[in-house]
Design a protein around this ligand. Structure first.
Ligand SMILES: Nc1ncnc2c1ncn2[C@@H]1O[C@H](COP(=O)(O)OP(=O)(O)O)[C@@H](O)[C@H]1O
Ligand SMILES: [Mg+2]
Length: 340
């Protein structure tokens, strides 16, 4: 994003992007495209970035008086005092050595009823950590006291299945069809109905992702491990998926660990945060879980970006680099939602 910003001082740059935080950071004006999938599309006049994102989320173009979709509401969730929640699983300083990579995850614990977000650059060990919790990879040193059942959605989904979505979900995620809760909160919420007759092998990346998340959430487990759910999804699908994960975890009193690069997605979904850093491909260190506020502050400081809340929608907003709020928040070390 920084490279593109520099380039835009001399040239015009057009960016197509699903990550609203990136868009907020990068763009001055935004064209919204709306319409009906596979039928028609309409491009709006350019709007200032804040107004464009709010309009997009509201589903309503006030200038043109056109409703183009359902509104998507940002559900603000009050911070949960973590220390009040019972422990679900503790991991003791985990070390994993590969031939040319070393991962250390400091001792930490996941609590019952919380969603823990995981952020950090690529090739820093996030997936390896998730796999150690899932019991797929053995730590070289340290341990997970895991007498718990996990349901795991891997980062790379490869379903080698010769049948329809309905068939595979019947096999792997029966509650989607038999439990009212799962039907409403997962099947309907993720709009799976129109995918039922499709062969699994014909699904697009986004459709496959949605099916994989649904299948993961429908399984009976104590801890849901969800590695990069927003990949291949558009911004609206991301909101639906994040809301679904939160609702399921909250209503069933379970826990989830969610790795993702979309900072708005992570902000929406997480009660607590783990932050990974180090030298990608060589050495990674994972820390946390911290409270969302503390974790976000650490993470945003490392990438040198500040956030505030949008007054209208309560969604997070990236402060423009060098703006008054940006400078002020950096000065006092509040990279995340300072009330200044
Ligand atoms: N089975 C393996 N054997 C050797 N190296 C591996 C293996 N799995 C992962 N790695 C290496 O470990 C590092 C971290 O990978 P990963 O946990 O997938 O990172 P992230 O999920 O943060 O992108 C990468 O450099 C990757 O190449
Ligand atoms: Mg990964």
């Amino acid at each position: 994003s920084r490279v593109l910003r520099e380039l835009s001082e001399k040239k015009k740059v057009v960016v197509v992007e699903h990550d609203l935080a990136i868009m907020d950071f990068l763009c001055d004006v935004v064209h919204i495209l709306y319409g009906e999938e596979g039928v028609f599309g309409v491009v709006t006049h350019p709007k200032a970035v804040r107004h464009a994102i709010n309009t997009y989320l509201s589903g309503y173009l006030s200038e043109e008086n056109i409703r183009f979709s359902e509104p998507i509401e940002f559900e603000e969730h009050p911070p949960k005092p973590r220390q009040d929640l019972p422990l679900l699983v503790t991991f003791q300083r985990l070390v994993k050595m590969f031939k040319s990579f070393r991962l250390t995850v400091e001792t930490g614990a996941i609590r019952v009823g919380e969603v823990v977000g995981v952020v950090g650059p690529n090739a820093i060990g996030k997936t390896t950590f998730v796999k150690m919790l899932a019991g797929v990879v053995e730590p070289t040193d340290g341990s997970v006291d895991a007498k718990i059942v996990v349901s795991y959605k891997p980062q790379y989904i490869s379903i080698d299945y010769d049948g329809t979505v309905q068939e595979i979900l019947y096999k792997t995620a029966e509650p989607l069809f038999t439990s009212n809760f799962h039907k409403t909160e997962i099947f309907d919420a993720l709009k799976l109905k129109h995918l039922m007759e499709k062969p699994v092998s014909s699904l697009s990346g986004g459709e496959l992702q949605t099916v994989a998340v649904a299948s993961c959430l429908a399984k009976e487990a104590d801890l849901y491990l969800i590695d990069e759910p927003s990949a291949y999804l558009d911004s609206k699908q991301r909101m639906l998926v994040s809301r679904t994960i939160r609702r399921v975890v909250e209503n069933l009193g379970k826990s989830a660990l969610v790795v993702d690069h979309d900072v708005y997605f992570i902000d929406m979904i997480s009660d607590a945060l783990m932050v990974f850093d180090g030298v990608p491909g060589k050495e990674g260190v994972g820390r946390g879980p911290f409270s969302l506020h503390e974790g976000m502050n650490l993470f945003l400081k490392a990438v040198d970006v500040t956030f505030r809340r949008d007054e209208e929608t309560r969604r997070p907003r990236v402060n423009k680099p060098g703006s008054y709020m940006d400078r002020r928040q950096k000065e006092i070390g509040e990279y995340y939602y300072a009330s200044v």
